[in-house]
Design a protein around this ligand. Structure first.
Ligand code: 4D8
Length: 254
């Protein structure tokens, strides 16, 4: 198929996104009054790291499941072979979660929605991976500051998902072309909402590189935690996505 009929493409991506975004903007805003108290934050800070890691893995996995659904609802994504779909989800799902994190990030008080409450970065201190967590918060903040509309978040997260240069892909060229079409539509949208469209697009493209670095950093910590906290039971999907074992066929995407 070719993707020149970009109007259909765009509306299908947005629809897929609206079906799977978990919280509407209104819901997120209504949560914003629920800010975790200092005592509440301390409770997490004093938690055993393995316990907090397990909890974070659970939450991230839930968010990832919605990203998998997002991909499945997109005709363009589904037009690729399952082989490529799996690589794209494995390498890109955390990046898409981080794009989605920007919507659940409150710039005014630098908090993120976690376990029903907006909570500061200190909540995650006991994990002992400050560089990863602060990188994630920085990323959420820098995307949130761009004031994207929901349609724009939909297109941007889709562009991240269909990155064509992940190792092992069969259809890199077609993915790259599709990504250009999506980014082109995104820039067109910026003409209606932003004063300097090329500038916003440049910022987003820079964020894409940064997202990739964060995803790598997360994978490193994953292997480290998995090795050190052998007793934590993790969601199967989380293990499958981030535990690099070439001999293990994927099972939990269904
Ligand atoms: O829509 O699923 O409800 C964050 C996780 C977001 C990490 C989730 C999280 C999200 C990253 C839990 C732990 C982003 C939403 C809620 C849970 C993404 C931190 C906060 C989803 C958007 C906000 C709202 C800790 C949802 C950064 C990371 C720790 C590691 C050990 C990797």
């Amino acid at each position: 198929p070719n993707f020149n009929i970009s109007e259909n493409l765009v509306s299908n991506i947005c629809e897929a996104y609206y079906k799977t975004c978990q919280y509407s903007r209104e819901e997120l805003a209504s949560y914003s009054k629920a800010v975790r108290s200092q005592e509440g934050t301390l409770q997490f800070q004093n938690m055993a790291p393995d316990q907090l890691w397990g909890l974070c893995a659970e939450k991230i996995t839930e968010a990832i499941q919605h990203v998998v659904e997002f991909a499945k609802h997109s005709n363009a994504f589904m037009s690729f072979d399952q082989h490529d779909q799996i690589i794209l989800l494995k390498t890109g799902c955390l990046e898409v979660v981080l794009v989605r994190m920007a919507r659940a990030f409150n710039i005014t008080n630098q908090t993120v929605l976690f376990d029903e409450k907006y909570t500061p970065i200190e909540t995650f201190r006991s994990l002992g991976c400050d560089d990863l967590i602060s990188g994630m918060f920085e990323m959420a903040k820098s995307i949130a500051e761009l004031n994207l509309t929901e349609d724009q978040i939909a297109l941007f997260s889709f562009a991240v998902l269909i990155t064509g240069d992940r190792p092992g892909l069969w259809e890199s060229n077609r993915l790259n072309k599709l990504q250009s079409v999506v980014l082109g539509s995104l820039q067109e949208m910026f003409h209606k909402t932003h004063s300097d469209p090329p500038d916003i697009l440049t910022k987003l493209v820079m964020n894409m590189l940064n997202l990739r670095n964060l995803s790598r950093l997360h994978s490193k910590y994953f292997l480290y935690f998995k090795h050190h906290f052998v007793n934590v039971s993790l969601p199967p999907l989380y293990k499958e996505l981030f535990f690099v074992d070439e001999n293990q066929p994927p099972q939990h995407f269904a």
